[in-house]
Design a protein around this ligand. Structure first.
Ligand SMILES: Cc1ncc(COP(=O)(O)O)c(C=O)c1O
Length: 419
């Protein structure tokens, strides 16, 4: 510590923590879900259906079975987000995660790929990443290899080396825009290298989860190159599967998800899905088209979301800067995302689990430390994810101050005078 002996500072933070123990909180900043105010922004979506409005543009009765690829107008709308043609777009049900799982099952058990017949299968997992991607891979017995993120996507040298040598590495999971949880967006160079790289596995796939494609916090927007176009140019059009959903535009769990891929892959996926479902909810697809209309209308809606989210992100930056700016940066580093739903904290090594536990003991729930790593294993024990979207600014301020106290307490207790 620069201004006071660490022992007296440690006493102060211990006292502060005791005060929290005597008056515990009840605050959760664990999962990235929209706040009630954000949900209000889409309430008129429920009134967009005319009682006579039952035919889609491609003459499907949206009240009935059929049309597994989605109604035409929804395929056009989601194609505008994915950067795909109608033929390269499948509009599905309410969860992009379910589509990701369906793609993996298809690759594992059917058709030419039939990975499970090859024995051990591996996936590259840029980390920290999204825990639900990792639990999906774990469930399917696919071995995960963590890959470091650089601030503009995965460490491509390592990726290229591994995929060129090992034919059991069948894919990579990417969140290319405002990544969960680091907030970084993949650079053009990274996208091009992912498309161009030689893979020992001929059936290597890129799971391109563009969940935060329009989730900008500021007018200046980060945009990622179109991976399908890059892969077409590189002669590997069947490599990427791209995913988006309206979960964080309209209603999570009651939105619409879409997949973008080569026409061959879309038809294969539709065939696979036909073994699970007769058709998705086309009424909801139509409601979403009526409400979201086009890219411009989506951007206007997302700007309203941003107005609600931005103060929370800026508040976090201000508090962290006040506590750990300058010399005190050795206690904690944090990301400054320009979009998405998360701020990622890097603590001193070996401190993250205890910080999260200490917060839990005083009634503040965070995502479990290191949950953002495959199998929840991070040997450095230094990763904490903040998800500030749901709670109000008042609670966020309290939670952040308690977090800063716990960061200091745990770090000082562990490292003592070294700090
Ligand atoms: C990266 C990422 N992908 C997918 C999802 C979930 O999407 P969906 O609701 O479409 O399944 C989330 C939700 O937090 C996410 O962060």
């Amino acid at each position: 510590m620069q201004d006071e002996p660490y022992t007296s500072r440690l006493e102060q933070v211990r006292e502060q923590y005791k005060a929290y123990e005597s008056r515990p909180f009840d605050i959760t900043i664990a999962r990235g879900i929209p706040s009630p105010k954000q949900l209000e922004l889409s309430k008129s979506l429920l009134d967009t259906m005319e009682q006579t409005d039952w035919m889609s543009e491609d003459e499907q009765d949206i009240r009935n079975y059929g049309g597994l690829l989605g109604i035409q107008e929804a395929r056009v709308l989601f194609g505008s987000l994915l950067g795909t043609t109608i033929e390269e777009t499948l509009v599905a049900g309410n969860a992009s995660l379910q589509m990701m799982y369906s793609v993996l099952i298809m690759q594992m058990y059917t058709g030419k790929a039939n990975w499970h017949s090859e024995g051990e299968i591996k996936f590259l997992c840029p980390s920290p990443g999204y825990d639900r991607h990792f639990s999906m891979l774990e469930r399917l017995g696919i071995q995960m290899i963590p890959i470091e993120l650089t601030g503009s996507g995965p460490d491509m040298e390592t990726v290229e080396k591994l995929v060129s040598q090992d034919s059991s590495i069948k894919g990579i999971f990417c969140v290319p825009t405002y990544s969960n949880p680091t907030g970084e967006t993949y650079s053009d160079e990274v996208v091009e290298r992912l498309a161009d790289m030689h893979t020992a596995a001929e059936d290597f796939i890129i799971m391109w989860d563009n969940a935060y494609v329009v989730h900008h916090l500021y007018e200046e927007q980060e945009e990622v190159l179109n991976i399908l176009e890059a892969c077409k140019e590189a002669g590997v059009p069947d490599r990427p599967y791209m995913f988006v959903s309206t979960s964080k535009m309209t209603f999570p769990g009651a939105g619409v998800a879409a997949v973008g891929a080569s026409e061959t892959n879309i038809l294969r996926l539709a065939e696979e899905l036909s073994k699970q479902i007769i058709s998705f909810d086309k009424l909801n697809q139509k409601r979403h088209v009526n409400f979201l209309k086009d890219k411009e209308t989506i951007h206007q809606l997302m700007a309203q979301h941003a107005d609600l989210l931005r103060p929370k992100f800026e508040w976090i930056q201000a508090i962290l800067e006040a506590y750990f700016g300058g010399e005190r940066g050795k206690f904690l580093q944090w990301t400054e995302p320009k979009g998405g739903y998360f701020v990622h904290l890097t603590t001193a090594n070996g401190c993250a689990t205890e910080i999260v536990d200490k917060l839990k003991q005083v009634g503040i729930q965070l995502t479990p430390a290191n949950a953002t790593y495959p199998y929840g294993i991070n040997p450095l024990d230094n990763s904490i994810r903040l998800a500030p979207s749901f709670i109000g600014l008042d609670k966020l301020e309290v939670a952040l101050e308690a977090l800063c106290t716990c960061v200091e307490l745990v770090t000082l207790e562990k490292y003592g005078e070294e700090f």
